[in-house]
Design a protein around this ligand. Sequence first.
Ligand code: PAF
Length: 282
Amino acid sequence: MTELVRTRAELAKARDALTGTVGVVMTMGALHAGHETLLRAARERADHVLVTIFVNPLQFGPNEDFDRYPRTLEADLEVCRRAGADVVFAPGRAEMYPDGEPLVRVDPGRLAGDLEGLSRPGFFHGVLTVVLKLFQLTHPDLAFFGEKDYQQLTLVRRMARDFDVPVEVVGVPTVREPDGLALSSRNRYLSPGEREAALTLFTALRAGAEAADRGEHAGEVLAAAHRAFGAGAPGVELDYLALTDADLEPGPVAGPARLLVAAWVGSTRLIDNVAIRLAPRS
Ligand code: PAF
């Protein structure tokens, strides 16, 4: 049975009743098959699964889609029930921020100044602040985050380490449509034509990954991704294509690396990334 709790007091009571390990999956709702994979991963690793559903205003910029962000609690609860979640914490804004928006926020540091952080200033301050609050409220042993938001996953992992939060942060691979499009709550904003065009992001990543598989080096990998992006659908506007090491540090030379992309498809901003391995320079 899945228990829905709306207040901190109810959450504390429900959390106390969970014995054994607890895995948390933090979400903003609008759950899709990608979230279900997170829930299943949590189910496999932890004795109990706790899901949080909260559209966090702190992580939306002034021109972003906070008001139009989908709120689908009934359908989300159905997903949680199906996946065997024990507790769903779905607080309102006043429950989460009883004193108004927090005065003190987590400073995400240097790694947040690039990639998503460049286009979305303040985004990771908002994300890490709410994630830290949710860690404090839910006391999980394990926390599951999707690799699709790779910078978020990396920063949450780093925050847990830097702040000694006693939680294991687990990255879960991105779930894709059969044609390769990464699942995202924002895909629902795409018209059928935009849905086709959105594939340009994955096509670019795949071209880069194939170049890496052929043993090509960083510059050529990035160039192959750019060429494929350029040959993709018109009207898809590139924000960035970047190659980093697995910890998001720039300029990898060899070994595990990450190829990341962000682009606008109409008025919807999408992100995606893949793991690659760069051949050593001979
Ligand atoms: O990835 C998300 O859905 C959000 O950024 C998170 C982690 C739930 C924080 O609001």
